[in-house]
Write a protein that binds this ligand. Sequence first.
Ligand SMILES: [Zn+2]
Length: 313
Amino acid sequence: MSKVVFITDAEMLHHETGAGHPERTERLRAIIERMDTSSWRERLDWQTPSEAPLNWITTVHDPAYVRFVEEACLQGRETLDAGDTQVSHDSYLAARLSAGGALAAVDAVMGGARAAFSAGRPPGHHACPARAMGFCLFGNAAIAARYAQQAHGLERVFILDWDVHHGNGTQEIFYEDPTVLFASLHQFPFYPGTGAKRETGTGAGQGFTVNCPMLAGSGWPEYAEAFEKNILPHAREFAPELVIVSAGYDAHNDDPLGQIRLETEDFAKMSRLARGLAAECCQGRLVCLLEGGYNVQALADSVEATMEVLCEE
Ligand SMILES: [Zn+2]
């Protein structure tokens, strides 16, 4: 049986966000160390990403916005939006690599890998077509979905977003699009303010956005119910040819940003549900892309829990 592909690159540690910022280099460093220092190394097919070509980034982003990000980083600007999306000189390169990791993950599973996890930063699900937001520069999951459709000829892609924050960027990009099913579980009301249950898509995309808002304090019982009653039925009906998970780990009980009470083993449970769905619908094609997760220990533990599930026979 083929291995699980693990994609990351220490180059992305050069995306510096300034003192005290939650989306800091230690996050990725802890994940790399965890994967590198256990028996994991042999169980995984390690790959480093190439920079995502601009023609794929611009499938979801305005070319002028991409140029703006490049110039802002190279010119030494420190913030790209109202304040929380901090950048440094090498952030544009990191964002191209982070998106490139998403493309490599799609290539891996389309080439028969058991599953693929791309541990990249900056994250992507808040990035809008022409705007950076919420620590995100380029919409990695959205770019991966378009790449799967246009480079690999898939018709239907399912993006499951379990980051504690609503993936407003991904939702916006596919809101009118019936070829990408977007489902999100997130704390609500909470940043960024979107993700109400009534947001279900528009036009041809009506019914292809599924929001599962969770009150602060929710935990596995509420998540399990949302999967069983809402997410899995919608996903099965959609019959995706690829499952992409926007895998944020900030719904962890120990996370300093969110107030959701998932434990490390609950991320294993969600990973198993995603894997089961992919096995059922699309020959197991499952791509996980790192989003948030701001308690470094809980993040490394929970990524490891996901990898354990992806590697299960
Ligand atoms: Zn988040």
